[in-house]
Design a protein around this ligand. Sequence first.
Ligand SMILES: Cc1cc2nc3c(=O)[nH]c(=O)nc-3n(C[C@H](O)[C@H](O)[C@H](O)COP(=O)(O)OP(=O)(O)OC[C@H]3O[C@@H](n4cnc5c(N)ncnc54)[C@H](O)[C@@H]3O)c2cc1C
Length: 435
Amino acid sequence: MATRFDVAVLGDGPAGDNLARALGKAGQRVLMVEAAELGGECLNAGCIPSKALIHLARERGHVPWAEVQRELAKVTTEIRGSAADGGLPGDGVRLVRGTASFAGRDLQIDGEAVAAKQVVIATGTSPLMPPIEGLTEAQPLTNRTLFKMRELPRRLAVIGGGPIGLELGQALAMLGTDVTIFASGAIAPTEDCDVAAALRRHLIASGLEVLESVSIGRVRRTDGVVTVSVGRGVRRFDELLVAAGRAAVIPAGAVEAGLKLDVDGFIAASRCGKTSLPGVWAIGDAGGGPAFTHHASYQAHHLARHLIDGRCPGRPRELLVPWAIFTTPEVGHAGMTEEGARRVHRDVRVVTLAANRVDWFRVARQSEGFVKVICDSRTGRLLGAHFFCAQASTLAGEAALAIQMRLRVKDVANTIHPYPTSSELFRWACAALVE
Ligand SMILES: Cc1cc2nc3c(=O)[nH]c(=O)nc-3n(C[C@H](O)[C@H](O)[C@H](O)COP(=O)(O)OP(=O)(O)OC[C@H]3O[C@@H](n4cnc5c(N)ncnc54)[C@H](O)[C@@H]3O)c2cc1C
């Protein structure tokens, strides 16, 4: 390719796409290289199809699988847009379909050399296969194949008790599948202990089987039946979904060229995305860190400012990455858990407020759940807020803002929130900490 680009971006997921468009709009000569579909894991096999599936299952319960698939395809196409080039050229980005690799320090696309002053690796992750005997041979479903499966299984085993396994497992259970979750430790291990316990109780009460601290000995698929061996017992299922973590996708030749990885195989990168290779940056899930679309997009805009201004801009002192688990009820996570706060702060105050104390939850007939808010006893500064209730994913946004802006519980308590809304749950919990 004759053109010499200012920046070559490898991968059109949320990280690469946001970066490329920001640089293109700023007048840089940008090349986007994408090996598969535009939009990355999030749009094609992650956030979007999973949330569309959950929405449908919540609203309508037992929906035929063919109808679910039609709806998921519709939503994905709508969000991607109909243009084959994703509208990238309109934002000043040249798109090339192909697989990027390194030959020494040189970048190639499907073996053809490309010249770029800077290269940004935004190649994301792929599903991790835990080392279980027979697992690969049993051809389990992953998030990349689940949405394309031909029919809804009657009995599904899920390996993995993190957000992906819980969200997809519960959604398929709502559609009518018998679901068993196998977790090597506790489910939802990143959550506050009260939230994880409430989620566990809810899942079990709604009919899922949740097996924790389980070590799977072997998996087999014979004549359409999947067997999972645990201890001396053998369980039989129609399908198996693996959602047991993610592995970084590293372009071929990059490590040989000197790209350093961390102990987990993710690209070792500085706060700004600088890697061990001069002129090579890494952002998004491939660089480790919180694996969320909103984090990948944040990193993209941060690096864009750097590549445009030539310096690493400062970040807020308290960079907080909130997240949600889109189970029903949802989990919303902002800031420290109670256990985490007690490790760092000498005196903390904690309040738990039931959702049914707030009128919106009663009006909406979604009164299950609670919020737990944690603050520093001495200063009243907010440290964490953890929601397990309807609209928890949205509520975590306000809590994240309050914590990042170093607000005190009385600041939130003194802010009038509209009635009747779920947002009052956070305000009332903060007010309880002031009293
Ligand atoms: C089932 C599931 C549900 C999820 N739900 C949520 C959610 O609700 N909210 C949330 O915030 N996050 C969610 N995530 C996480 C989210 O999808 C990721 O954090 C996000 O996609 C990361 O973006 P990325 O740009 O780093 O990588 P990716 O989205 O993985 O994109 C990487 C791109 O690089 C391309 N690529 C790879 N190698 C090459 C190469 N050598 N040359 C050219 N192109 C290449 C790939 O084809 C891909 O398009 C979910 C993930 C999964 C799996």
